[in-house]
Design a protein around this ligand. Structure first.
Ligand SMILES: [Zn+2]
Length: 426
């Protein structure tokens, strides 16, 4: 209820910017989300994406708050804001939340001259600045086009807005292409022949209606974020309901089972095939790429790896699902690289970890047949992460003492059960 009221006021504000100049100290609206931001930081959960924009994002969260909650996305639109205002609050409303990605939609209120006239070059400049700041903080950027509009109810008299929006979008998409950033072309998906928002999608010709958010915005933006963040489609609904497989709850950091060294097993291990199937089911359900037995409470030396979520960009990984029993890594390359890791047992924590690029490992497969194999790239990365688990280690053990110290609060929260994730844990 509180949320709905706030949004309704938000929309009105946007329409009355010209008539009522807000008090100077509130101009950037730093306070608008300060309590919500503090709650996100306190939760210790790293958002997958923050959406910064104006009322078009703000109304989206009002229309479908579950879209944001279900996907661990945070909406930070402020009605009436221009790109200059978004740039200024980027630190508080985006950087402070340390999201994995930021979705930027800016320009409607610039073209509407809410803060006075601004050249298209300077709108683009603000967007570029936001992208560069995000890059500096290792936050992936998704750029959105400015949605179509042939006019603005709250500011009549702006000359040829549809044309300006089209030109600005050309500049934004050009910048995106030049810098390899994903660009979500909502304008192309929505605009009518006059460059306007059809009545089918909008009541006022600017703000999308609920159908527009659900049918156009959500699939387009989510599809892009899925690619950018390697989010695997949750397969819960598609799963055969009569399946006898079980989903294990995942052990979260703080449990001693994650700190114990695991023991070797042999072919007499009871119901091993079923265990492997259940672990793959558990991993898919949690949208992960690797799962070690200690993470489901079993201190045995085995883990599974599923690199198929990376299959789109790495065709050689399209079928990469492997089982490793009693593995022994006996060679590690001198060459190392940095890669952002997360762990199902440490929900919400993602950190760059340096590891050898290539390893050699002896192991048994799911049929207890012996192999001696070299692994490199992404599989080597996942294998080393899972191998840590059977040695009683976790990926944060590899961070510098300084970095670990910074994460202390978040890690303590995990042990206290203060975290949020969308899979079963214990
Ligand atoms: Zn892990």
């Amino acid at each position: 209820m509180g949320r709905i009221v706030a949004i309704a006021v938000g929309i009105c504000l946007c329409c009355s910017v010209a008539a009522q100049k807000p008090a100077p100290k509130e101009r950037m609206q730093f306070g608008r989300y300060s309590a919500d931001n503090a709650a996100v930081m306190e939760s210790g959960v790293r958002p997958d994406a923050v959406f910064i924009g104006d009322s078009i994002f703000e109304c989206w969260a009002d229309c479908d708050s579950l879209f944001f909650a279900d996907h661990n996305f945070i909406e930070r639109g402020i009605s009436g804001q221009t790109s200059s205002q978004m740039l200024v609050r980027f630190r508080r409303d985006v950087l402070d939340l340390a999201p994995r990605a930021v979705v930027i939609m800016a320009g409607t209120n610039d073209v509407a001259q809410n803060e006075g006239a601004i050249a298209l070059e300077n709108i683009l400049g603000n967007i570029e600045s936001m992208c560069e700041i995000a890059e500096r903080h290792k936050i992936r950027v998704v750029l959105c086009s400015v949605p179509p509009a042939v006019g603005f109810r709250w500011r009549t008299g702006v000359e040829r807005p549809a044309e300006k929006i089209a030109t600005l979008n050309g500049m934004i998409s050009g910048y995106a292409a030049e810098h390899g950033l994903p660009y979500v072309d909502l304008h192309a998906a929505l605009a009518d022949e006059h460059g306007g928002m059809p009545a089918k999608w909008s009541k006022d010709g600017v703000h999308p209606n609920n159908e527009c958010y659900r049918e156009v915005f959500e699939p387009m933006v989510y599809g892009t974020l899925q690619r950018v963040l390697h989010i695997k489609e949750r397969r819960t609904e598609k799963r055969n309901k009569t399946s006898k497989n079980m989903i294990y709850p995942i052990v979260v950091y703080g449990s001693p089972v994650l700190r114990k060294e695991s023991v070797e097993i042999d072919a007499s291990y009871p119901d091993f095939k079923k265990l492997v199937e259940d672990m793959f089911m558990t991993l898919t359900e949690a949208s992960g790429v690797g799962l070690a037995a200690p993470q489901i409470g079993k201190n045995i030396r085995m883990f599974i790896v599923d690199c198929t979520p990376w299959g789109d960009e790495n065709p050689e990984l399209a079928d990469y699902r492997r089982v490793f029993v009693n593995p022994q890594i006996y060679e590690r390359s001198e060459q190392t690289d940095l890669f952002e890791e997360g762990c199902l047992s440490l929900p919400g924590i993602h950190e760059n970890v340096r590891r050898p690029v290539t390893i050699r490992m002896r192991y048994l497969d799911e049929n207890f047949e012996a192999h001696d194999e070299e692994f490199t790239g992404l599989p080597a990365r996942v294998i080393q992460h899972e191998y840590d688990h059977i040695e009683g280690k976790v990926f944060t053990d590899h961070l510098s003492p300084l970095r670990r110290n910074l994460l202390k609060g978040k890690i303590l929260n995990l042990a206290k059960g203060k975290y949020r994730c969308d899979y079963k844990t214990k």
